[in-house]
Design a protein around this ligand. Structure first.
Ligand code: FE2
Length: 281
C-alpha cells in the first residue's frame, strides 16, 4: 500500500473519489508526506487519516514513542481537505483510564539527550483544570549562583552525560518501561555548567531526568551528585509555579530553566495545552 501511494498506482482512485465526492480514510504511518502531495493534487478529495496517523491497534509503541510522527502529521494542517481522526488516541496511552499522565512531572530540561538544544518553548492553555494543574520552573542561573564555591569549582571541570529518561528521576518514573522509540539515541555530553548564549551568565546544566553521569565519574558517585544538584536547584526560592488560565501563552528559556508539570490536578478534569518548541536555525 505504501508503494502504491507513492508510485501512481492509485492515481485513478484519487481522481475517481474526487469526482464522486467520496471521502477516503486510511491508516497512514510513514506515508504522511505522500498523502500531503495527493491532497494538494486533488483539492476536492476529502482524506481522513485514521488513528492520528499512527499504527493503530497493532502497534506496541506507547505514549511519546507512538507519537514521533506528530510533526509530519501537523504539516498536513495546511491542506483543508485532510482531516485527522483521533478516536484511536487512547490506545496509545500506557496508563489506565482516565489516562492521567505522569509524563513530564519530574524536573527536566527538554531534550538534553539530543545533539541540538532547543532555545525556547511555548505553551498555550486551551483547557485548564478547576484547581491546580500548574507548570513549575526552576531558575538554573540563580541556582548556579547560589551554589557553594567548592561545588562550583568541582562542576567547572565536569561534563554531564545525557540520555533519554536515563537520569535518576527518569529511572524512578519509568524504570525499565521507558517505551520503545524508533530513533536510537546516543549518549550526549554537555558541560555541567554552560554559559547562556545571549547573556553569557553561567547556568547549572544538569537535570535529574536526562543526566545520568559525568565523564570520568563512576555511576554510583554521579547519581547522588545529580540528585543533590536537583534538590538544590528546585528549592522554593528558585521556583516559579504558573497557575494556568485559559488563553495563557507562556514562553520559557530552555537553556536557563528546568520545568515540570505539577501533576496535582484531578484526573477526571482536562488540561489541554498546545506546545511549540523553537530550535536555532
Ligand atoms: Fe518538558
Amino acid at each position: 500500500m505504501r508503494g502504491w501511494l507513492a508510485d501512481g498506482t492509485l492515481d485513478w482512485l484519487w481522481a475517481a473519489a474526487e469526482r464522486a465526492g467520496v471521502p477516503i480514510a486510511m491508516l497512514a504511518t510513514d506515508s504522511l508526506l505522500h498523502i500531503g502531495r495527493i491532497a494538494e493534487r486533488h483539492p476536492g478529495l476529502r482524506l481522513t487519516i485514521d488513528h492520528l496517523g499512527g499504527r493503530g491497534g497493532t502497534t506496541t509503541l506507547k505514549d511519546d514513542a507512538a507519537m514521533e510522527h506528530m510533526s509530519e502529521l501537523i504539516k498536513l494542517a495546511r491542506h483543508p481537505n485532510v482531516a485527522v481522526k483521533a478516536t484511536g488516541a487512547p490506545g496509545y496511552c500506557s496508563g489506565p483510564y482516565p489516562f492521567t499522565s505522569e509524563r513530564a512531572t519530574a524536573w527536566h530540561t527538554d531534550s538534553t539527550f539530543e545533539d541540538t538544544l532547543p532555545l525556547l518553548a511555548v505553551l498555550h492553555a486551551k483547557e485548564v483544570p478547576s484547581q491546580k494543574g500548574g507548570t513549575m520552573f526552576a531558575d538554573m542561573r540563580a541556582a548556579y549562583e547560589a551554589l557553594p564555591e567548592p561545588r562550583k569549582r568541582r562542576l567547572s571541570g565536569l561534563t554531564g552525560l545525557h540520555g533519554r529518561s536515563t537520569g535518576p528521576a527518569g529511572e524512578r518514573l519509568y524504570g525499565d518501561d521507558k517505551g520503545v522509540t524508533e530513533k536510537k539515541y546516543q549518549e550526549v555530553p554537555w558541560p555541567a555548567v554552560t554559559r547562556h548564549p545571549v547573556t553569557g551568565r553561567p547556568i547549572l546544566f544538569v537535570n535529574p531526568m536526562h543526566t545520568h553521569g559525568f565523564v570520568g565519574m563512576k555511576r554510583d558517585e554521579a547519581g547522588p551528585l545529580i540528585e543533590e544538584l536537583a534538590e538544590h536547584a528546585t528549592q522554593e526560592r528558585f521556583v516559579y509555579y504558573h497557575r494556568w488560565r485559559v488563553g495563557d501563552v507562556l514562553m520559557w528559556d530552555e537553556r536557563a530553566t528546568m520545568h515540570r508539570g505539577a501533576g496535582d490536578y484531578r484526573p477526571d478534569e482536562h488540561r489541554i495545552m498546545l506546545r511549540t518548541i523553537v530550535y536555532p536555525n
